[in-house]
Design a protein around this ligand. Structure first.
Ligand code: RIB
Length: 312
């Protein structure tokens, strides 16, 4: 079983021509709410990817915003360990999606901050614990240490970007970050590969948007160029990647195999609006992969060059 411990937010989304600059007001084109939150998005992605069962530990308020979040997780049969906070509101995220598909997100964490070390359920039957950073970092550290002591693989998506305490990094088996998040973790900014070398974690995956992704596994590198799509909304694409990756690792696939499927799922997630609403099923991902051309050496070379791998 894959256990996700993390946030659930109701996303309040407005589309606009561009993301407002500080002090600017822009007129949007429409408003929608979607189930979101990095933890819940990853749990839905993991469940839609199939394979091992998915469970989630989350905290919600006793309010109406919690209802669509529960409904979305239950619709894909995620086994829920839900803490209800009597005095904190369910987490909310305020998202502006621009016409170029990029977004800006502000989170009001609310009940997500109520998750404490004592809330972690029994880890019997859990192969992987998947976490993010929208719950207290002390809680993430305590869960990672308990999982490590129980022989559970710890997968940490270090998002949103922040520095991590060494005791947390020591308990992580696989770290997944984007380039900005990677930069927040190292003392010496440099090429992607130079930054990857500074992290003392067994495996690290760096997602690079339209370029693809790279992983360092001990001293070896895995490269996966991105699949070409016409993006509408990139919200939740990183979460789709993480949830799908964990599901496929849970099936015993190699990191390279899991990265390929996770990249395809993340690409598809960019072609529809919203976070959980845009996460594809395993069948959709398989059909998409079946239509893809063989990877060109020039794509690999471009990715290597961007990451600074050819110069090392
Ligand atoms: O990664 C996207 C998610 O970030 C959104 O669903 C929002 O809730 C925030 O947690």
């Amino acid at each position: 079983m894959i256990l996700v411990a993390g946030s659930a937010n109701l996303d309040f989304v407005v589309r606009a021509a561009h993301i407002p600059a500080p002090g600017e007001t822009v007129l949007g084109q429409g408003f929608t709410t979607y189930p979101g939150g990095k933890g819940a998005n990853q749990a839905v992605a993991c469940a839609r990817a199939g394979g091992a069962a998915t469970a989630m530990l989350l905290a919600l308020g006793n309010d109406a915003h919690a209802l669509p979040l529960l409904a979305s997780l239950e619709s894909v049969r995620v086994r829920l360990h839900t803490l209800r906070s009597p005095d904190q509101a369910t987490g909310c995220a305020f998202i502006c999606v621009a016409d170029n598909a990029e977004n800006a997100i502000t989170v009001a964490p609310g009940a997500n901050l109520c998750l404490q070390s004592q809330h972690l359920p029994e880890l019997q039957d859990v192969s992987h614990l998947l976490m993010q950073l929208e719950i207290p970092i002390t809680t993430v550290t305590a869960y990672a240490q308990r999982a490590q002591a129980s022989g559970v693989q710890v997968v940490l998506n270090a998002a949103p970007a922040q520095g991590l305490p060494p005791e947390l990094l020591q308990a992580v088996d696989l770290l997944v970050v984007n380039e900005g998040e990677l930069r927040a973790l190292v003392t010496h900014p440099g090429t992607v590969v130079a930054m990857l070398r500074q992290l003392e974690v067994p495996s690290v995956v760096v997602t690079l948007g339209q370029r693809g992704c790279i992983a360092r596994q001990q001293d070896a590198y895995v490269l996966q160029p991105a699949f070409k799509i016409a993006p509408i909304d990139t919200t939740g694409a990183g979460d789709t990647f993480c949830g799908t990756l964990a599901a496929h690792l849970g099936r015993g696939e190699t990191l390279a195999q899991a990265m390929r499927t996770a990249s395809a799922a993340a690409a598809l997630a960019c072609t529809a609006s919203g976070a959980q609403s845009s996460i594809p099923t395993a069948m959709e991902v398989e059909a998409f992969l079946g239509q893809q051309p063989v990877v060109d050496q020039s794509q690999i070379d471009a990715l290597k060059s961007y990451c600074g791998l050819d110069a090392s």
